[in-house]
Structure formats: C-alpha cells, structure tokens
Design a protein. Structure first.
Length: 256
C-alpha cells in the first residue's frame, strides 16, 4: 500500500498533488496543529499582471491559536470571500480554462465552512478528482492519539498498512532527529518536486514558479496540469541517499 500524508493546505501547489497521485491512501492530517500565516491559510497566485502574491484566508485568532486544523475557525465577519473571488476573476478570466474551472471555484469559495480543514479539503478533493486520483482519503482525526512527530507518522502508516511512504523532502530532518526512522518493513521515498514551466496568463516574460495548482488549472487545464504534477520529481530519494546528502552538506559547511 502506497501512503502519503500532509496537513490540509489552502489551494496547494502542484507538488502537493504529486504526493496524492503517488498514493493509494492519502491521509489528511486534520488534527495537527494550525500554524498562523502558513500554507494552512494562504497561497500564491497572480494579483496583478506580472505580480504574484498571497491569497489569504482570515482566521479567528482568539479561537484558533494553537488549535487543531479541524477546529480552526475562519473569520466570516468580513467579505473576504467576495473580495478573493473578484481578485481571482480579474486576474484569470482570460485564462484558457477559466470557464471550465471557475463555476466550481466560485461556489466553493463563496460557501462558508465549519472550519479551515473542511474549506481546504473540499478544494483538495475536487482537484484530485480532476487529476484522476483513484485512491482513498483518510483523516488522522479518525485515529485519535497523543503521539507526535515521527511516532505519530509511524502510527498512521501502520493504520493504513503502508508498504511505501511517499513524503516531502523537508520531512527528513525531523525524522532523522527523532531516530525512529527508517522502519524495516516500510520503504520511504522522498519527494524532490521541481516546478515545470507552462504558459501563464498573468506573467510578463518569465515563468513564475511555486504558485497554487489553481494557476495551472486555469491556464492549461486538468490533463496538462496532471502532466506537470507527475513530472515534478525526476528521482525519488531513498533514506540512504538522503543521509548521504546531509553528510555531504555537513562536510561542505565545515570546509567553507
């Protein structure tokens, strides 16, 4: 069983969906702690011609600070939803696939949700369907636990009967520090997603990388977006390869 897991981000980048498409089971870490001003509540797309910046979901801080993502409340006292939709419409209405994507996005964005995790997951599920995902989503909150970091990840992998764990390259540092990985019966594959350029209606001259997958969907549609999602990691790295990379980095730092 191929398993991947991530916290539910707001309109995530293509690399997020590469992990989903590699998995048979993708665990939404909805009971992990919310981080303010992170990708949990914001992401980047074009805000003016030639300029990309943040699209931000306002959070009710008094309720949501250090709360699990599935308990984070969106601040609905402002008209942020209408403003964000107008901004998207202004910047993407001339994109080739705007008419195909925008009706669902408008409905999704303008409909209030009980929590931030629900808001984010609705988008993730919709886009995964567009990209042809045939696996299964599970939620970490279905398996309540007081374990943290690597211990919690291993618990979730066992729960999903994982044989291979696809994870972000940035996870390696804490996994190494916790000294619980590698696990003998679970192969670990680390992602090294590099953005693939495509035509962007909002860019002036050069391709602007690391934007939300929605930028790609608006511009090149689901089929081409799936291609750039799956081509992002040329080589998945194993534990020993990551360890060698860290050791080389340490030697270079000592010599510099």
């Amino acid at each position: 069983m191929n398993v991947a897991m991530m916290q539910p981000s707001f309109i995530p980048w293509p690399g997020y969906f590469e992990l989903i498409l590699k998995s048979d089971v993708f665990v939404i870490l909805d009971d992990f702690q919310f981080s303010y001003q992170s990708y949990h509540q914001r992401n980047r797309m074009f805000v003016n011609y030639g300029l990309a910046n943040w699209y931000v979901v306002p959070i009710n801080k008094s309720i949501s600070f250090k709360a699990p993502l599935n308990q984070v409340k969106i601040n609905e006292t402002t008209n942020w939803r209408i403003k964000m939709w107008k901004r998207m419409k202004t910047n993407y209405s001339k994109a080739a696939y705007y008419d195909f994507i925008s009706p669902w996005i408008e409905t999704w964005l303008l409909e209030p949700t009980p929590d931030l995790s629900s808001q984010n997951f609705s988008f993730i599920e919709f886009v995964s369907g567009l990209l042809g995902y045939r696996g299964k989503f599970r939620f970490s909150s279905e398996l309540p636990s007081d374990k943290i970091r690597s211990e919690r990840v291993i618990e979730l992998l066992r729960w999903c009967e994982a044989k291979t764990y696809y994870c972000a390259k940035g996870s390696f540092d804490y996994m190494l520090e916790d000294n619980l990985f590698p696990v003998q019966d679970i192969k670990i594959c680390f992602q090294d997603h590099q953005p693939t350029s495509y035509m962007q209606i909002g860019s002036k001259n050069e391709f602007v990388p690391y934007l939300s997958v929605l930028d790609a969907l608006m511009n090149i549609g689901p089929d081409k977006t799936k291609e750039i999602v799956l081509s992002g990691t040329e080589k998945w790295l194993f534990w020993d390869e990551m360890l060698s990379e860290v050791n080389r980095r340490g030697i270079d730092e000592k010599q510099s």
